[in-house]
Design a protein around this ligand. Structure first.
Ligand code: GTR
Length: 347
């Protein structure tokens, strides 16, 4: 072998070794959950490259999933392509509770979940399941974006998570496979709730029995009669097709349970301050887009279920509802006093 040939062989071997060590930065993290900096400088920007996953329970065309996607886009753009976040919709990476556990462990890096199931991971989050504590969406947003609301994102650190931002989720109302037109009709019903213990007390106060279960099981449980009723906002009622098997909707808007975007604290702590800043800001900047998409889809889904012939009853007098759940609020008042005060002040 002549000298020239030997040189080019050694060069090739060196290139191969470098590529192997750097892992090529080609998105292996999506399959393995690896998120170590590859440091190969092969991304467009300076610094380590990352390939992260985000678990989402809703399908790709749902407004909240669109919010996740906007968040991921902004992160990619602002990191010059160094940080990619692949959104996995439709609970492909697991139902919400399982996704939160995986994110706590760092096996999945990001997720968007409802604050409903979060209550079992961080006590403060149970406050969102207390009925009628918010007057309307504006009130919710004034609280969430205020000092106390934003501090709830950081308070998740003790639960192995870091909150990044809030998304809209409207208000939740009851629907059933059986006729449902008044508070009286709920008595004795088996009602599916989001998995947390505040919901058990709420259903008990309404004379119903709570059946906590993952979102993905609700359609078949309504269909087979395992449960009589469930509750959610218009977008979920429509997108999950629950209206097909539970076509009686009673609009009592008992809860306003916002969505939250989360990152694993294990992952977060390994990021540079600059990258944390990019991710945090991208999450905050995706909120407005999600809210706009939410508002559009809320109207579309209401129109669609009306067109499908769902029986819709509006509750005109909320007083009996508020009276019925008052003992629950009272029993949690001391536990949530500072948060409830901030919610009250945001009116
Ligand atoms: C929806 C929420 C989902 C899920 C679902 C449920 O409103 O967006 O993340 O929590 O409710 O009832 O389980």
């Amino acid at each position: 072998m002549n000298l020239l040939k030997m040189r080019s062989w050694s060069l090739l071997v060196i290139i191969l070794v470098v590529l192997l060590i750097s892992g090529c930065g080609s998105g292996g993290g999506a399959a393995s959950g690896e998120n170590n900096p590859s440091g190969n400088g092969s991304g467009a920007g300076e610094g380590p490259t990352y390939s992260f996953r985000l678990a989402e329970a809703h399908p790709a065309d749902y407004p909240t999933t669109k919010g996740d996607m906007r968040f991921a886009e902004l992160v990619k753009e602002r990191s010059d392509g160094r940080i990619t976040i692949d959104v996995f919709p439709s609970a492909q990476l697991g139902e919400e509770k399982a996704a939160i556990e995986q994110v706590q462990l760092g096996a999945i890096e990001f997720t968007r979940v409802s604050t409903g199931p979060m209550a079992e991971f961080n006590k403060d989050y149970g406050v969102f399941s207390l009925p009628y504590i918010f007057d309307n969406d504006e009130h919710v947003w004034k609280f969430l974006l205020g000092e106390k609301g934003m501090s709830l994102l950081d308070s998740l650190q003790s639960s192995g998570l870091q909150g990044l931002g809030w998304y809209s989720s409207g208000s939740r109302s009851f629907y059933s496979s059986k006729p449902l037109a008044s508070i009286e009709d709920l008595k004795g019903m088996k009602i599916r709730v989001q998995e947390n213990k505040v919901n058990l007390a709420v259903m008990d106060a309404l004379g119903a029995s709570a059946t906590p279960m993952p979102y993905g099981e609700v359609y078949s449980s309504l269909q087979t009669g395992v449960i009589d009723s469930a509750e959610n906002n218009y977008p979920s009622y429509y997108s999950s097709k629950h209206y097909e098997v539970a076509p009686h909707l009673l609009l009592d808007s008992h809860q306003r349970v916002p969505e939250v975007l989360l990152v694993s604290k294990t992952v977060w702590d390994k990021l540079s301050e600059e990258d944390q800043g990019i991710i945090r800001q991208a999450a905050l900047d995706s909120i407005e887009f999600q809210r706009e998409e939410w508002a559009k889809y809320e109207q579309e889904s209401e129109a669609a279920v009306r067109a499908a012939g769902v029986t819709i009853t509006e509750v005109t007098d909320l007083q009996p509802w508020k009276d019925a759940v008052k003992p629950v609020i009272d029993s949690y008042r001391s536990e949530y006093s500072s948060i409830l005060d901030a919610i009250e002040a945001a009116k």
